[in-house]
Design a protein around this ligand. Structure first.
Ligand SMILES: Cc1cc2nc3c(=O)[nH]c(=O)nc-3n(C[C@H](O)[C@H](O)[C@H](O)COP(=O)(O)OP(=O)(O)OC[C@H]3O[C@@H](n4cnc5c(N)ncnc54)[C@H](O)[C@@H]3O)c2cc1C
Length: 414
């Protein structure tokens, strides 16, 4: 083993949105940063590619607003289901009032380049396979490159941004609690004559091949490049595993929206993945290491979006590292809980409720008959509420979050 690998202050493993954002911000703060990924970029990632206003806000902070606007801009969500169609604008408030969608192959490559331009050193094609400890500190990470060669990169601090399964996080004791609601979701690309549609579409009445309602939703996100990202996701827990095959579900869904959304081609590149949500993991940090993004289950339980939390979490973690916080063991989960604990707690409680078989067929039609209810639902489901929002809907959401977290047997990130 080669022990003379480059030393770095901050070592970031995983160059998805969470890792690249962390690396961009630590490098901008003047910290020597190395960003390593197992894949060779550009690489694909199974995702809906949707960027809600929360993600847009973070991408604006990174200086990418013009780049995004050159792709596609949407005004909000067109919600379909139970005989209704509603146009629900993004609420604005303290967040941007627009959304976008960019294929992850392109978005992640651009974010990684942004980290490099910010001063980080990026290495790809090297998989983290182990850590070397020095007491309770991570001293180095062991990487395996092409051809099986191994080397160590020694670091002062380690950021683990290695996604859903977080193999490196597991080595450090990360535990994912599948008794809390999680998602099984898939996506595919389809050519469409409505690729410039200024609304994203979501179908809340998702039916399988037998015509049964599935707990989840289908989406069509226009990419502005002649195609759309079409996908479907369903919720599950260890007690109620998803008994639905995602690829056939996507095919059934695509057939049902083909005319409406002017789909013109075959379904391309269908893939699916599991999604831990709502901070349902323990051991998100140790003395000099921290988990961020999907590795820390920073995904909204009500809509499955996590790009925004990856980007935002990366910035928050970089701030903590920049402050020189000596011990991350309690500081990082406390910061995550402060920002997301309440909203993730109430969201996963509601998602658990939706899993009750009668809830969606009975309450869905009532909700879809009311513009007001659905506007509120969009705001709450998308967690489009910040601490600075003072309006009544924001206060109700925060109140419900506080009550929910107080009743949690295992709060988010605990
Ligand atoms: C079907 C589906 C649809 C979704 N739709 C949306 C959506 O529309 N909008 C949204 O906001 N979110 C969506 N999400 C969630 C979103 O994809 C994730 O939350 C987001 O990718 C999290 O980013 P990340 O940086 O934490 O992890 P990732 O993007 O998964 O990045 C992790 C990186 O770590 C690397 N890595 C893994 N293991 C190692 C290792 N051992 N060594 C080195 N590198 C390693 C991987 O190669 C990868 O590049 C969706 C998810 C799914 C499954």
């Amino acid at each position: 083993m080669n022990q003379s690998g480059p030393d770095t202050d901050v070592l970031v493993v995983g160059a998805g949105p969470a890792g690249s954002a962390t690396a961009a911000w630590t490098a901008r703060a003047g910290l020597q940063t190395t960003l390593v990924d197992a894949a060779v970029f550009p690489r694909d990632k199974t995702c809906g590619d949707g960027l809600t206003p929360r993600a847009i806000g973070e991408l604006e902070r990174l200086g990418l607003a013009d780049w995004l606007r050159a792709h596609t801009v949407n005004h909000g969500l067109r919600a379909h289901g139970f005989g209704q169609t509603l146009h629900l604008r993004w609420p604005g408030g303290t967040l941007p009032d627009w959304g976008s969608a960019v294929a992850r192959t392109e978005l992640d490559d651009h974010l990684r380049t942004t980290a490099v331009k910010s001063g980080a050193t990026a290495v790809d094609g090297e998989r983290a396979v182990d850590v070397r400890m020095d007491g309770d500190r991570v001293a180095a990470v062991v990487f395996k490159g092409e051809g099986g060669t191994t080397r160590e990169i020694a670091c002062n601090r380690l950021v683990v941004a290695d996604g859903v399964r977080s193999p490196l996080g597991k080595k450090l004791g990360r535990e994912w609690h599948r008794d809390t609601v999680y998602a099984v979701a898939g996506r595919t690309y389809v050519d469409s004559d409505r690729s410039d549609d200024p609304w994203i579409s979501s179908h809340l009445e998702l039916r399988d091949e037998r015509g049964e309602i599935v707990t989840g939703y289908g989406w069509v996100f226009p990419l502005g490049n002649g195609s759309v990202n079409l996908g479907a996701g369903t919720l599950a827990t260890a007690k109620r595993p998803a008994d639905v095959a995602i690829k056939p579900l996507m095919a059934t869904y695509a057939a049902s929206v083909r005319d409406d959304l002017a789909l013109t081609g075959e379904l391309r590149m269908p893939t699916s993945a599991l999604l831990p949500m709502g901070g349902a993991v323990s051991h998100v940090a140790g003395r000099n290491w921290a988990l961020v993004g999907d590795a820390a289950a920073c995904v909204n339980p009500l809509n499955g979006e996590g790009i925004d939390y990856g980007l935002e979490g990366g910035r928050l973690l970089a701030d903590l590292l920049g402050d020189g916080t000596a011990d991350l063991t309690d500081a990082w989960p406390a910061l995550l809980a402060q920002h997301y604990g309440e909203s993730f707690s109430i969201a996963r409680r509601l998602a658990g409720l939706v899993l009750t078989p009668w809830v969606l067929p009975r309450l869905g039609p009532i909700g879809m008959r009311s513009d007001l209810l659905m506007t509120l639902a969009l705001r709450w489901m998308g967690n489009l509420v910040t601490d600075d929002d003072r309006d009544r809907a924001a206060r109700v959401w925060r109140f419900a979050g506080r009550r929910s977290v107080a009743r949690d047997a295992r709060p988010p990130f605990a």
